[in-house]
Design a protein around this ligand. Sequence first.
Ligand code: SF4
Length: 182
Amino acid sequence: MTKIKFATVWLAGCSGCHMSFLDLDEWLLELANYVDVVYSPVGCDLKEYPEGVDICLVEGGVANEDNLELIRKVRARTKTLVSFGDCAVTANVPAMRNILKGADPVLQRGYIELADLKPQLPHEPGIVPELLDKVLPVHEVVPVDIFMPGCPPDAPRIKATIEPLLRGEKPKMEGREMIKFG
Ligand code: SF4
């Protein structure tokens, strides 16, 4: 049997959605019968997002240049892209900084005004990714195939989304159990 190439990606999120994915517990062993995990912060150490991925769950909003580069690559190399959790679907918590209207005011607030010791802006170009002026939900950057809200989506919702995809079917994202935010 040819296994499905499966990936998960962590953009600007708290990793709570990935923790919820791990709450699938023993079902993860069943999932392993059907998928090869080809890229993920959980249990996979590949640095480069590969070509020809079948399904990818994307956690988090798009907040910096690294996120932007990665999500464009993910979209170009993935058949079915799932916005995984409220931060991916709406930008949610990371977007709270949007109220400050720009990357510079955010850095000023975080590293200068609120510093207790040695206020200084992050420097060393190439090490700290540049912040975007606004945190964006994934679908404002690239097309998304399936939206799975939740902060985080619980394990039954994640399973109910993935299972049909394994059969080549689109999950029914409707009803409180599947699309309630928060
Ligand atoms: S949706 Fe909630 S749990 Fe998931 S990354 Fe965002 S804040 Fe964390």
